[in-house]
Design a protein around this ligand. Structure first.
Ligand code: NAD
Ligand code: MG
Length: 424
């Protein structure tokens, strides 16, 4: 039986070295058999959300390999001072500020010679499709990231996807668009990058299940009763990862794992039943693939996003880079435990959304985004986040095959429902 192909939009194994045209950085066999490296082409990178946690790590990766990457475009929403400082250092061709009010005060001479300024989301959508862009790093946080990711896919680009919300909200539509336009999605989320790497060891019909690891967040060992009193400050202290505030709260509720289950469902085209979560507090095993014969392949590295970012930029090759290394000279302990559904009910919502599909991901994502905003503003208890998400998910008008308009409408509806929620 012929193996089921991995979705065409998700690049997989690198081609075997051999005669024929060299790839971007690919090895080429000489006539007498030794492998010669052709000089790598310098890839123009568009960094969407350059001032955020993923964005700044991306610029570290780019700066460490100027012979491979150059920053063509940096984009942020309101963090003008930060992006101007980045422009002075990295000298991109374009800086885009998506919030026109934030851009209003930028004077002439604020940008280095050779860097141009563009303002507003329309400008970003257009510039992302420019021929100088070889890779797009989609690292805007939340539903706001969907639009520019969509524009990149429409332009047929290779997208290094950190913005998991794109796939959570509109997975089937985004994957279809990518296939139609010849675009490629490469995961930046560490779990999906680990799975993507492990999948190079087998075909998709040899996969029994994907096992996503979760750190368990700062409240892994806290009692259920004490969770209601958690403050935003406590939730913003992650034990292993340094990330933006929204995803840090999502890690504390474990809603991040719920979103990642939905992301994996569409990215790897596997049914929800083949997705599992295991808590692994050290965040060294970034996820695993169990194959049909029982063999489990994992990817290990210290918790440092520079590695999955670099892998998504350099794929299908690998090269030396700034990510931290594991030190096997020191003792290393790896623990695994099942997630506790009583204390972390968000994980169940992720399984439900991944299994039912349709509008579930968009509704769960919007409800959670709004609930996290309210929690961080002091207007909602920590434990209300998963509770309100469950209510909104249960109460929504489910559609199996929504359009982008349906998704946008339900996103707005879910946010309004959360705004109405009053803590018991
Ligand atoms: P962050 O809050 O640190 O940065 C967000 C970036 O998005 C900033 O540059 C900001 O200017 C920009 N932005 C915010 N709102 C915007 C809008 N309306 N329009 C345009 N730009 C806007 O976020 P982060 O932690 O870097 O996360 C970015 C994305 O990567 C999220 O989708 C997150 O889930 C995902 N991710 C992050 C990590 C991590 O380690 N931080 C890991 C895996 C996945
Ligand atoms: Mg992750």
């Amino acid at each position: 039986m012929a193996p089921t192909p991995i979705p065409a939009t998700l690049a997989t194994a690198s081609p075997a070295p051999g005669p024929g045209p060299s790839s971007e950085h690919g090895p080429r066999a000489s006539p007498i058999g030794e492998i010669r490296r052709s000089p790598p082409a310098v890839l123009g990178v568009a960094v969407l959300g350059s001032t955020g946690s993923i964005g700044t790590s991306t610029l570290d990766v780019i700066a460490a390999a100027p012979e491979r990457f150059r920053p063509h475009l940096l984009a942020a929403h309101t963090s003008v001072a930060a992006i101007l400082a980045q422009a002075a250092l990295h000298r991109p061709d374009w800086v885009v500020i998506t919030d026109p009010r934030a851009a209003a005060g930028i004077g002439t001479g604020a940008l280095p010679a050779g860097t141009r300024l563009a303002v507003g989301p329309d400008a970003l959508d257009e510039l992302v499709g420019a021929p100088e862009v070889d890779r797009v790093v989609s690292a805007i946080v939340g539903a706001a990231g969907l639009r520019s990711t969509w524009a990149a896919l429409e332009a047929g680009k290779t997208v290094a996807l950190a913005n998991k919300e794109t796939l959570v909200m509109a997975g089937p539509l985004a994957m279809r668009l990518a296939a139609e336009r010849g675009a490629t999605l490469l995961p930046v989320d560490s779990e999906h990058s680990a799975i993507h790497q492990a999948l190079r060891s087998g075909t998709s019909d040899e996969v029994a299940r994907l096992i996503l690891t979760a750190s368990g967040g700062p409240f892994r060992t806290r009692s259920r009763e004490s969770l209601a009193a958690v403050t935003p400050q406590e939730a913003l202290c992650h034990p292993t990862w340094s990330m933006g505030p929204k995803i840090t709260v999502d890690s504390a509720t474990m809603m991040n794992k719920a979103l990642e289950l939905v992301e994996a469902r569409w990215l790897f085209d596997l049914p929800g039943e083949k997705l599992a979560v295991v808590v692994h507090p050290q965040s060294v095993v970034h996820s695993m693939v169990e194959f049909v014969d029982g063999s489990v392949l994992a990817q290990l590295s210290p918790p440092d996003m520079k590695l999955p970012i670099q892998y998504a930029l350099s794929h299908p090759s690998r090269h030396d880079g700034p990510a931290r290394r594991l030190d096997f000279a020191a003792s290393l302990r790896l623990d695994f435990e099942p997630p506790d559904p009583q204390r972390f009910p968000a994980v169940r919502l992720g399984h439900e959304a991944a299994t039912r599909g349709g509008t579930c991901g968009a509704v769960l994502n919007a409800a959670n985004e709004e609930a996290v905003k309210r929690f961080l503003a002091g207007g909602m208890r920590f434990t209300d986040i998963a509770e309100v998400c469950a209510r909104v998910l249960d109460g929504h008008a489910f559609q199996a095959e929504p359009s982008l308009d349906d998704i946008r409408r339900l996103d707005g509806w879910a946010r309004q429902e959360v705004a109405k929620w009053a803590s018991a």
